[in-house]
Design a protein around this ligand. Sequence first.
Ligand SMILES: *[C@@H]1O[C@H](CO)[C@@H](O)[C@H](O)[C@H]1NC(C)=O
Length: 142
Amino acid sequence: MSKSQQLFPYMALSLFLLAGLFHSSCADVGTASQYSPPYIPTACSGNDPSQFPSSNLFGVASEGIWDNGAACGRQYLVRCISAAVPGTCKPDQTIQIRIVDRAQTSVSRPSRDGTTMVLSTTSFGTIANGSASSINIEFQQV
Ligand SMILES: *[C@@H]1O[C@H](CO)[C@@H](O)[C@H](O)[C@H]1NC(C)=O
């Protein structure tokens, strides 16, 4: 076997990993659960009602994206890509949410622990069937 033939699998693997990096630089894949009121007080802004967008499209950060509190106020585009039950995702729905709280300490608990983000009832119901407890999402900070 020539030297270049021996190297080929490694080159192919590197290209594959590089392509993955490029893809995730525009959007990440994760999971989302949902939570219902009471939504206050939050770890970001306590009892201030103005922290919630009038659209009611907001969510809570897991430790993975909490960023020591820097996540407060960040905006994410979120889309449902799949779920355990087929047909759970609503097709062609992308929402823009604002992070208002930290999952670890939110007053109302997530429908499932350990997801990347927890969405308000309105947010979750806009992109997926509201009776699901968690979905797979694609998300991107705006
Ligand atoms: C949402 O999911 C539930 C439980 O799987 C199902 O009974 C219901 O028909 C679904 N609703 C829609 C609008 O698909």
